[in-house]
Write a new protein. Structure first.
Length: 463
């Protein structure tokens, strides 16, 4: 059934004594758009929109846009894998914000990264073939595929936010509405364009159908009502201005790659989380300084964040807490994989390129260190000379940035156990292992429950 009709049928099913067959027959002869206009958009019965699901695919979007598209808690989907597919011939997307001279500088740096990507992959593959001969019991095709993937694990660090990819998603109408509203308020022009394309797709017949009879528009009622999330736009601007005025001379300690914080005061935690995305400070530092503020100072930050809030706007995600708060200074490649875990609350700082980059050990072992370091350094230097937010498209996957993950212990155990396995990428394997270590340090009884695999346990021929 089309998503809006499915939502109508199931909503009616809960509000009448009829069987589902009778409810479906009713919907066939009644206007689902009129029902949704009244009960979902006018009366605010939002759970109705959880009953209809849509499938949307995004092709030719940048990796940066893909990550922003996926940034919904109730989201299911898949993106093109950089660990198993060759990106050497995909080209790159030039941010629409750039004028011609800026675009030329960006394109030259982007081409340099792709050329280094090809060279490093070839050197890494050759080194692995020499170091790991094919076992007699393994098929040649399997051996070649596994080693190529291991070489991509290294060379993908030279990919960057601007390379094109594709994403397929399955979401409810309610999540889709939130996604459109959020993307319409994005600082990135590409994502604002994507939001308009989603809205247009909802009004039209499906592009791909299972049978020729499936020609009804996807979600026409939704398309009329999903406007820009003005509250998110204004709240972020207000917090940016407040942080620039009040935290200008603030300095704090620099924690390690994975820092575990255990907040005990929900107000202080919310205040620190509200300020995290609009600064470049570690969460621990923000939490410590907020802990020393008076109740009035904390309330000032909350008031700034909420003063643009409308009657139907939800509270910012910063008010959602977790028992374990991990502040991670990690490479973008690792973040792309960690970002897929939806049972936690996630926040990020701006992609500044100011935190350096990771160099996998295999790069030096394969004799590719000079190629790799030159390409990375040149890209980050060029990035710093271009205006934001377009310059962020040039940020390589190997570059570090700061991300905040809040979760309960069950999710921390799941991530640490699953992501530390030998089939995983070495970068997030190390992060998952460090998560276990940080929890064990503060809660040994819980940390000892995590069956994580140490990063020094390896099996390169297993995927």
């Amino acid at each position: 059934m089309p998503p809006e009709k499915s939502a109508y049928a199931l909503a009616r099913y809960s509000r009448s004594p009829d069987s589902i067959r009778d409810s479906i027959q009713w919907v066939c002869s009644h206007n689902s758009q009129a029902f949704l206009e009244s009960f979902y958009f006018q009366y605010g019965h939002q759970s109705i929109a959880d009953l209809g699901h849509t499938i949307l695919c995004f092709e030719g979007v940048s990796e940066l846009a893909a990550t922003e598209i996926e940034d919904e808690t109730l989201w299911d989907g898949q993106a093109k894998s950089t660990r198993y597919q060759d990106f050497s011939k995909t080209g790159f997307i030039t941010p629409p914000e750039f004028r011609a001279p800026q675009a030329a500088v960006y394109q030259q740096a982007a081409q340099g990264l792709l050329e280094a990507y090809i060279k490093v992959h070839a050197l890494a593959l050759g080194h692995l073939q020499e170091k790991l001969p094919m076992p007699p019991a393994m098929k040649p095709a399997t051996y070649e595929r596994n080693l190529r993937a291991r070489a991509f694990d290294v060379s993908r660090y030279l990919l960057f936010w601007g390379v094109p990819t594709q994403v397929g998603q399955v979401t409810s109408i309610r999540t889709l509405e939130k996604q459109i509203r959020r993307l319409r308020a994005s600082p990135y022009a590409e994502l604002r364009e994507v939001a308009e394309e989603i809205s247009a797709a909802c009004e039209t017949e499906p592009a791909c159908v299972w049978t020729e009879g499936d020609k009804e528009p996807l979600a026409p009622t939704l398309a009329r009502h999903a406007g820009q999330d003005r509250y998110a736009l204004e709240s972020r601007a207000d917090l940016l201005a407040w942080a620039a005025q009040n935290l200008q001379h603030f300095e704090g300690p620099e924690p390690g790659r994975v820092d575990l914080v255990r907040p005990h005061d929900p107000v202080t935690e919310s205040v620190a989380t509200l300020l995290y995305p609009v600064t470049d400070h570690p969460f621990r530092s923000l939490h410590e300084i907020a802990s020393g503020w008076s109740d009035g100072q904390k309330k000032e930050v909350i008031d700034v964040a909420c003063r643009a809030r409308g009657k139907r706007d939800e509270l910012p995600a910063a008010f959602r807490g977790g028992l374990f708060v991990f502040d991670m200074l990690i490479d973008l490649g690792a973040y792309r994989d960690m970002h897929r875990h939806r049972r936690c609350h996630q926040y990020r700082q701006a992609y500044s390129g100011a935190h350096g980059f990771e160099t996998p050990p295999l790069v030096a072992a394969a004799g590719a260190e000079s190629i790799y370091a030159t390409a990375m350094g040149s890209a980050l230097e060029t990035m710093r000379g271009l205006p934001a937010p377009g310059n962020q498209y040039l940020m390589p996957f190997g570059a570090r940035s700061r991300f905040l993950f809040k979760m309960d212990f069950a999710e921390a155990e799941y991530i640490s156990r699953v992501r530390s396995g030998v089939k995983g990428h070495f970068s997030y394997r190390e992060i998952a292992w460090e998560m276990k270590q940080r929890i064990t340090e503060v809660e040994p009884a819980l940390g000892n429950l995590i069956d994580a695999t140490p990063p020094w346990v390896e099996d390169p021929l297993v995927r």
